[in-house]
Design a protein around this ligand. Structure first.
Ligand SMILES: [Zn+2]
Length: 317
């Protein structure tokens, strides 16, 4: 009797040991499979959606395309999510539009999301809002997209992604960052000096496009305050990429991908076309440990733009 009991005991022990080992082995191989699955993180950027706006079918198909790309990690909506004045109707449309995106979406503010009063002039012109209406619009933005703040950062792979928003309540400029936000940015950067950093903001850095129309590089079409932003960038050499919309620069434009995109010999500004047009493009960033690859996709044709593939190497310490 005693012998049988010991036999059973040992037998049970052996079985559980084997079970434990196999669970461990499955776990290991699963982790390995996940790790080798892809060696990059992919970010898709949606340029100025202006919702609902034009070409609604095209916009919906663009979301379907992004959902069909299983390797996407993050989607970024680069501001001007609302078509016109950032009304409650536009926000609620935007909310349901982006609820269809399967992967997590990072939202930042554009001028159309916060700076204009809902009421237009008698001639139908947009009027800049008071500090009160701007503040209320920023609140609505946060509430709609579930954000505690309109500026924030995320670590993705070995990179720091910094999301900034125009949020100045008084400025006449369309894309002005408040002093409070700039202080936050400086702190964030000084705590991450060794981390290759990409900044997402609605407007581009000054001088990173050719003057192809009367707006480009003018005070309302660059990230403001531009001198302070330049000082911060140059004091933080880990910043190597700036991602913007606002200028509605199509992928067919000469300076869409050009040496002029390089700011102060340090930061590559990637310009993103708006999606409120007939032909829709998105840029994808592929973040590898040692390089970032940028590719442009034409959703209207269903094809990659082979000539526009770019490789950007972050400064290594
Ligand atoms: Zn804009």
């Amino acid at each position: 009797m005693v012998k049988i009991k010991t036999f059973y005991k040992n037998y049970l022990l052996l079985i559980s040991l084997l079970l434990l080992m196999s669970v461990f082995a499955i776990h290991l191989s699963f982790a390995k499979a996940l790790a080798s699955d892809k060696e990059y993180q992919r970010i898709v950027i949606i340029g100025d959606p202006h919702l609902p706006g034009e070409n609604i079918t095209g916009k919906e198909n663009l979301v379907k395309d992004i959902n069909s790309w299983s390797d996407v990690d993050v989607v970024v909506a680069i501001g001007d999510i609302c078509e016109d004045t950032g009304s409650r109707d536009e926000y609620s449309y935007a909310k349901q539009f982006f609820s269809k995106v399967v992967k997590p979406v990072s939202f930042i503010v554009g001028n159309h999301d916060y700076i204009y009063a809902d009421l237009k002039s008698s001639r139908g012109k947009r009027i800049k809002g008071s500090p009160g209406t701007r503040e209320a619009a920023l609140q609505l933005f946060k509430q709609t997209f579930g954000l505690p703040s309109v500026y924030y950062s995320k670590k993705v792979g070995k990179y720091l992604l910094v999301f900034l928003s125009p949020d100045d309540l008084q400025s006449n400029y369309l894309t002005m960052i408040s002093d409070t936000q700039l202080s936050w940015l400086q702190k964030e950067l000084s705590g991450n000096r060794e981390v290759p950093t990409i900044i997402f903001f609605h407007a581009p850095l000054k001088g990173t496009l050719q003057d192809y129309n009367e707006n480009v590089n003018k005070e309302n079409f660059i990230a403001q305050p531009y001198e302070k932003i330049r000082d911060i960038i140059m004091a933080n050499q880990q910043i190597f990429m700036w991602i913007s919309g606002h200028t509605h620069t199509p992928a067919t434009n000469k300076s869409f991908s050009s040496p002029i995109n390089i700011y102060e010999n340090q930061v590559t500004n990637i310009h993103n076309p708006d999606i409120n047009r007939k032909t829709l493009w998105t840029n994808s960033l592929y973040l590898y440990p040692d390089k970032t690859v940028v590719k442009t996709y034409n959703h209207t044709k269903g094809a990659w733009l082979t000539g526009l593939e770019r490789v950007v190497i972050p400064r290594q310490k």
